[in-house]
Write a protein that binds this ligand. Structure first.
Ligand code: SF4
Ligand code: SF4
Length: 301
């Protein structure tokens, strides 16, 4: 299988408590710098063209050696594009300036800012709007390219126009309002319509437009992308990456058997990425994509 892209969850660490997140405070798992360098060795890196840092359990900026990891990837393959999604809530502005100095070209940071000073922390519980803004501003002033990603709820929908103005003042390259994956009675669906530009998908083929044209759509196959989690497990995508989902999903039983049969072989602590990519598991997932109800539920198979 040809793989040129990875979505990476480097850590389970995060200090926020967004309502729909799998993050748990008592879970402290990091992929080590040494393991990353060994698995993504310079020869392997030659084939890579895009990494997205976006975890289901944690925020990459909390990884104790995140800047070293970025530096390694950019040195091992200067042509690679990095997309970093973060809540921007830790580190002083100087850390973000240093991050900007390591990035180039089409690299970008996507800051999660779901409102203004009085609404942002309703969803991003534990975050301080002014701290995120000063970190983002420092990053932008140091030459970094960043996007303001605004998850729209009923409680912040009235601030879209004002937030877009602030994004221009603070040097963001673009303002990207998006719908939440989930709404609840407490976090209600907006009553207004807006254009979801889908900035995170734009950098590889996972755009909504592309998914609409090529239905069904498997991003492992179509975007040559795999998912790496903070335990070192490599999965086809984040839908198949969260273990709990596999266990509780009754119809994906065959997939679970295949997955557990290969459990150790799919972990970068036990196997090389080359062998993982060429393992029977990924071939099996593609060959059985029409039988897997997670693939049908999330990707239309
Ligand atoms: S900032 Fe991200 S990782 Fe942290 S709790 Fe929110 S969604 Fe989860
Ligand atoms: S759920 Fe299935 S079809 Fe969708 S991206 Fe994952 S492997 Fe591909």
């Amino acid at each position: 299988m040809d793989i040129t892209k990875f979505e990476m969850e480097l850590t389970s660490l995060c200090s926020l408590h967004c309502f729909a997140c799998a993050h748990k405070d008592n879970l402290k798992v990091n992929l080590s710098y040494e393991q990353i360098v060994s698995s993504f060795h310079p020869e392997f890196m030659k084939k890579m063209n895009f990494f997205s840092f976006c975890g289901a359990r944690g925020d990459c900026s909390y990884h104790p050696r995140f800047l070293d990891i970025v530096k390694y990837f950019k040195t091992a393959n200067p042509k690679i594009t990095l997309q970093i999604q973060t809540n921007g809530s830790i580190h002083p502005p100087s850390w973000w300036e240093e991050l900007a100095s390591l990035l180039s070209g089409k690299d970008c940071v996507i800051f999660a800012l779901d409102g203004l000073e009085d609404t942002h922390a309703i969803h991003r519980r534990g975050s301080d709007f002014n701290k995120v803004i000063s970190n983002a501003e420092a990053f932008n002033k140091a030459g970094g390219t960043s996007y303001w990603q605004f998850i729209v709820f009923r409680h912040n929908q009235h601030q879209l126009e004002e937030a877009e103005k602030v994004s221009i003042e603070k040097g963001f390259a673009d303002f990207d309002p998006i719908y939440s994956r989930k709404y609840t009675p407490l976090y209600q669906h907006p009553t207004i319509e807006f254009k979801d530009k889908d900035k995170t998908g734009l950098f590889y083929c996972k755009t909504k437009e592309n998914q609409a044209i090529h239905k069904p759509f498997c991003r492992m196959v179509r975007c040559q992308t795999l998912h790496l989690d903070c335990y070192g497990m490599v999965s086809p995508c984040d839908y198949l990456a969260v273990l709990d989902k596999r266990i509780i999903h009754p119809v994906s039983g065959k997939h679970n058997i295949m997955f557990y049969k290969n459990f150790k072989k799919l972990n970068i602590h036990h196997n090389s990425l080359e062998d993982i990519i060429n393992s029977e598991y990924f071939k099996w997932v593609v060959d059985n994509i029409h039988e897997n109800n997670i693939c049908s539920k999330y990707c239309g198979f």
